[in-house]
Ligand binder design. Structure first.
Ligand code: XIL
Length: 304
């Protein structure tokens, strides 16, 4: 097929992108979005600070515009993200443990309820593990501080009841290299959840790569190892710094690894165009600032 989404669909997978609601008035942006991709993630609009800026007061209007666009185009929708220490309003951080627990569950129930039947996969918990050598939890998370390790399990149990048809994902970065302690820490949590019947369906690997965090040669091993626990894997926020053949080859490594793993069900790039990338200086995406296809685009389409 001649587009990313259609080619991935032929392989039983999706190829998505993150979008920003504020760019939806730009025709070139929308043309490339509608032509190339068959799944959408809201880049910021479904985060806690956007949806529930004050306690139990929800504002879905901007996120709904993204969800409605996906529906009108017959695209899939990824949910990002329910429980995360970042882009979290201050009012949550200041709650007592009991109040934080009920606020977390309320947030999950209300947001998943709003998009029930539309979101194929939710990032239930995002970035709960620490970088570095220990493979442990991220200590600066208010959820970790007030509720302890058990908040992740509780979030997944609440999420399962809130939308039994959505795939429930744990999502993180720097979990691409199989030999990193952080990857092993997440692996042990997923293994524990599966062994105890905690509802988890997928692991999202964000896939933000640059010279400090290069594409690892063991990436396929990481995907297959998680999949062997009985969960799907998804590449959820892919962007790779660089240009030319280096960047194209790095994209090839990632996309080919996903295709080689039966339970790798889809790939999302973290933006449509380099012009609006959260890491614009890195030119990490598949279309340049003028919406021209880059070498990396052609390589990905060839691999798919
Ligand atoms: C980023 C967005 O791209 C930026 O616009 C925003 O300012 C900060 O968040 N990991 C995640 C994403 O899970 O939500 C982050 O998105 C990038 C890192």
């Amino acid at each position: 097929a001649s587009t990313l989404g259609a080619s991935a669909a032929e392989q039983g997978r999706y190829f998505g992108t993150a979008i920003a609601a504020g760019r939806m008035g730009e025709s070139d942006y929308m043309n490339v979005l509608n032509r190339e991709f068959n799944s959408i993630t809201a880049e910021n609009e479904m985060k806690w600070d956007a949806l529930e800026p004050s306690r139990n007061s929800f504002n879905f209007s901007t996120a709904d515009r993204i969800a409605n666009h996906a529906r009108s185009q017959g695209m899939m929708l990824r949910g990002h993200t329910l429980v995360w220490h970042s882009q979290l309003p201050d009012w949550v951080k200041n709650l007592s443990a009991n109040d934080m627990r009920s606020a977390m569950n309320n947030h999950i129930n209300r947001v998943m309820g709003q998009y029930r039947g539309q979101v194929h996969s939710w990032d239930v918990v995002n970035e709960a593990f620490a970088d570095g050598s220990g493979g442990g939890r991220r200590s600066e998370s208010p959820f970790q501080q007030k509720l302890g390790d058990g908040y992740i399990e509780e979030a997944f149990r609440t999420a399962r009841a809130a939308d039994p048809n959505a795939k429930l994902c744990y999502n993180d970065y720097n979990t691409d290299n199989w030999s990193h302690a952080k990857t092993q820490g997440v692996y042990r949590m997923v293994r524990d959840f599966k062994s105890r019947g905690v509802p988890i369906d997928c692991v999202g690997l964000q896939g933000h790569f640059n010279s400090g965090n290069p594409v690892p040669s063991n990436f396929q091993t990481t995907l297959q190892s998680f999949a062997d626990l009985g969960v799907d894997v998804q590449i959820t926020e892919l962007d790779i710094a660089g240009s030319g053949s280096q960047q194209a080859n790095d994209y090839r490594t990632i996309v080919q690894a996903c295709l080689n793993v039966a339970r790798c069900t889809g790939i999302t790039v973290w933006g449509v165009t380099d012009k609006y990338s959260w890491r614009s200086g890195d030119t990490p995406l598949l279309f340049d600032g003028n919406y021209n296809k880059k070498q990396a685009y052609n390589t990905v389409l060839e691999v798919l």
